[in-house]
Design a protein around this ligand. Structure first.
Ligand code: ARG
Length: 457
């Protein structure tokens, strides 16, 4: 007698090593709840449609109760959670009743159902965390509309900015992540249950009823599509990978800005890691791990797509390998959001270091060129003149606003541009003045920051 439920067609049991190889039981702990909920709804539907009697339905439902505590993998002889739950039900309710639970369904529609329910749940949970992080970012931004910092391109100082402007940039990206989670929800929230193995059933089941009982918006109607498509899984892995990539960019900034060279920010001790050997160390490991986990999330997306792309239509066991990738991506996204939120809530922003760094570059150079544009100089010529001005200031080791008049005259030689006007522009080429001059929508101007925080909140 086989120790697996359905080996009547096969004479011999699986070797232990083979069972270990084919079993997904170690990945199925995450869906045990959903497998039970699905079986409850299926049993109610079988009763309502007259496919099983009241006593049998009652016995199955009582047997299902409490099974979520059945820890898979304990005895190491089950192929997956579906088989484990069914054998437990048969054990408790007896074969005459329990043996009726799997009427009109297959493990193929069952596993697709469990995955969709798990992803639906995790999508909602991660959405909530993302929204929470955005709120914390807006809160942090609102305290730093006046915190001046350099903006970088190519990691070289580029223009004058504020820390609130920086924070709002990440809040914007995360708001889109939240949007992607929302958008994907109605696609995952469709029931595959009742599609059977691949071609439906001859029994008069009611797919709409189980879909409704389980809170689905509708059906994945086509039975082949319902059992063998995993684009919902790819979409979830993709949304998680994009989210992790966005968090990784924030993490990278926080790592760099925590260095003694930058000292723009400091994470609290409770979020920092020591070194086993260097007593002075306070490392931003949580942020490095977000970068590392983002790499894994990208790998998981690749794994899901690769497992799906060559599969002939109809369920193939390859699809089993997708499950741990999805659970992993969900866990990483949730963890990364939690630590990002802690970091954003507790980070110390070193305003003085930011201000000092901003005063050392030539962040207002573009303003001088744009001032010349207002004077009627073509932008390309204004760019060239300002480049010369910066060159002389750099050679003299002076900020642009301290450039001596003689140097200005030299830079203007042969240009026909009025030296007095340029001198005025150069005098006001400071970070403070530059920020005051920002007028374009979405720029770091104080008024823009307040408006954007208000509108986002
Ligand atoms: N353990 C399987 C999985 O996770 C369940 C479906 C098995 N179906 C089958 N026909 N072998 O994908």
């Amino acid at each position: 007698e086989s120790n697996l439920l359905y080996r009547s067609r096969l004479d011999r049991d699986l070797d232990k090593a083979v069972l270990d190889y084919v079993s997904s039981i170690s990945d199925d702990g995450e869906i045990i709840m959903y497998d039970i909920l699905g079986s409850q709804a299926h049993t109610v539907m079988l009763y309502e449609t007259g496919l099983i009697g009241r006593r049998d339905a009652g016995r199955i439902l009582s047997a299902l109760q409490g099974l979520e505590k059945a820890r898979p993998g304990q005895d190491g002889k089950h192929e997956d959670i579906h088989e484990l739950i069914e054998s437990l039900v048969i054990g408790k309710a007896g074969p005459a009743s329990g043996g009726r639970m799997h009427t009109g369904r297959s493990r193929n529609d069952q596993v697709a159902l469990d995955m969709r329910m798990k992803i639906r749940h995790d999508t909602a949970a991660i959405f909530g965390q993302t929204a929470g992080l955005v709120r914390s970012m807006l809160e942090l931004a609102s305290r730093h509309t006046g915190t001046v910092m350099p903006l970088y391109t190519h990691m070289q100082q580029a223009q004058a900015g504020t820390f609130s402007h920086y924070m709002l940039a990440h809040a914007g990206a995360l708001t889109r992540d939240a949007g992607r989670l929302c958008d994907s929800f109605p696609r995952v929230n469709q029931s595959p249950l009742g599609a059977g193995a691949v071609g439906g059933t001859s029994l008069p089941i009611d797919r709409g009823m189980t879909a409704q009982l389980l809170g689905f918006e509708g059906l994945v109607e086509n039975s082949i599509d319902a059992t063998s498509s995993r684009d919902f899984a790819a979409e979830y892995a993709s949304v998680a990978a994009i989210l992790m990539t966005n968090l990784s960019r924030l993490a990278e900034d926080f790592v760099i800005w925590s260095t003694s060279e930058f000292s723009f920010i400091e994470l609290p001790d409770s979020l920092s890691s020591p070194s086993s050997v260097m007593p002075q160390k306070k490392n931003p490991d949580i942020m490095e791990l977000t970068r590392g986990k983002a790499a894994r999330a990208i790998g998981n997306l690749t794994g899901v797509l690769a497992a799906s792309k060559g599969l002939a239509t109809g369920y193939g066991r390859d699809l089993q390998e997708i499950k741990p990738l999805l659970w992993g991506s969900g866990r990483m996204a949730s963890g990364a959001l939690a630590v990002a939120e802690s970091a954003v809530r507790s980070v110390t922003v070193n305003k003085a270091a930011m201000r000092k760094a901003a005063s050392r570059g030539y962040l207002a150079a573009l303003d001088v060129a744009e001032g010349l544009v207002i004077e009627g100089v073509p932008f390309r010529k204004a760019h060239k003149i300002t480049g010369k001005l910066v060159q002389s200031a750099a050679a003299a080791g002076k900020p642009l606003d301290r450039l001596p008049p003689a140097e200005i005259k030299k830079a203007l030689r042969g240009s026909g541009v009025d030296a007095a006007a340029v001198a005025r522009l150069v005098r006001s080429a400071t970070v403070q003045e530059s920020l005051k001059r920002r007028v374009s929508r979405g720029s770091p101007a104080a008024a823009e920051q307040s408006r954007m925080i208000k509108e986002a909140g």
